[in-house]
Design a protein around this ligand. Structure first.
Ligand SMILES: NC(=O)c1ccc[n+]([C@@H]2O[C@H](COP(=O)([O-])OP(=O)(O)OC[C@H]3O[C@@H](n4cnc5c(N)ncnc54)[C@H](OP(=O)(O)O)[C@@H]3O)[C@@H](O)[C@H]2O)c1
Length: 275
């Protein structure tokens, strides 16, 4: 039986093993999928040991996606341009193939929700692995993205990584907050920070909340995430957490490993909470 695992830290909250179990049942594919918590400084060794011991592929989550990129020696196009990897497949030739399914998974969920169109203007909060991983798919779809982040340098690094392309820019948080009246042209605001993991929200003004803007939190939980609670409190009407993205990105990983695309709609219905 083929073996897969999701590697991260923390990993307890991960729903990936349940989702992959449902995909396997739905498609009749036999696979074993577990979750592995990795010490922060021991990622390479743990992952390579898993493959040496017969692992066929892996998902990579917070905070190892950039490290995973460095470990791969061949890439899908979207991973090559993103510089971050969330899916690995060991090829017959023993090459380590890196993919990034976060961007395409998010885009698919935003389309399902009707939260996006090719000319959407997006405010992206956060500049970590997840933010970097979703930019390629959103820009390729036609969107325009502005990044704000607690540490401005990390946002600037992403802009530099993407060679200062036209539809991508960043604004310093202080400058953003001072000029809020100019910042309300966004159609969609995405929280790609990990602040929710500790029950926090990014330090931004509630003046960004408007009833006609879509708000999407990459994070998901059994109840409304801190960011979405805050959006709702300040008057947001159209909100979603990242459970749909999680299922869509998992489906693209499953497809890379097995060549079969699971039906995500029924699984999203099963997990999606209506708030
Ligand atoms: N739904 C899905 O399928 C899916 C997929 C991928 C990721 N995610 C979620 O996306 C989130 C980000 O993951 P990641 O891999 O990008 O993590 P990461 O690489 O560790 O990056 C963390 C980001 O969050 C910011 N941040 C952390 N705490 C903050 C706070 N208190 N206030 C403001 N900003 C804060 C960091 O800012 P600095 O640069 O200043 O440190 C950085 O931009 C996580 O919650 C993860 O669970 C969901």
């Amino acid at each position: 039986m083929k073996r897969f695992a999701v590697f991260g830290n923390p990993i307890k909250h991960s729903k990936s093993p349940i989702i992959h179990k449902l995909f396997a049942k739905q498609t009749g594919i036999l696979q074993k999928y577990t979750k592995i918590c990795v010490p922060i400084d021991n990622f390479h060794e743990k992952l390579l040991n898993f493959f040496k011991n017969g692992g066929n592929g892996a998902n990579i989550t917070i905070p190892f996606k950039k490290k995973a990129y460095k470990l791969c020696n061949t890439f899908t196009e979207r991973a090559k341009y993103s510089g971050v990897v969330n899916t690995i497949k060991i090829m017959k030739s023993q090459e380590i193939l890196g993919d990034n399914t976060d961007g395409i998974g998010l885009l698919q969920d935003l389309k399902n929700l009707k939260f996006i169109h090719p000319k959407s203007k997006i405010l992206l909060i956060g500049a970590g692995g997840a933010a970097q991983g979703i930019i390629y798919s959103l820009i390729k779809f036609g969107c325009n993205i502005t990044i704000i982040n607690r540490t401005y340098q990390n946002a600037k690094n992403i802009i530099k990584y993407f060679h200062n392309i036209k539809n991508l820019n960043c604004i310093e948080l202080q400058h953003f907050s001072k000029n809020l009246h100019n910042q309300l042209q966004y159609n969609l605001i995405i929280n790609a920070t990990s602040s929710s993991l500790k029950g926090n929200i990014p330090n931004i003004s509630p003046l960004i909340i408007k009833s006609n803007i879509f708000y999407y939190d990459l994070f998901y939980d059994i109840s409304l995430t801190p960011f979405l609670k805050w959006c709702r409190f300040h008057g947001a009407k159209k909100i979603s957490d990242g459970i749909g993205m999680l299922i869509e990105q998992a489906a693209y990983s499953f497809y890379l490993w097995h060549g079969i695309m699971p039906n995500t709609k029924i699984i999203i219905q099963k997990f999606k909470k209506i708030y």
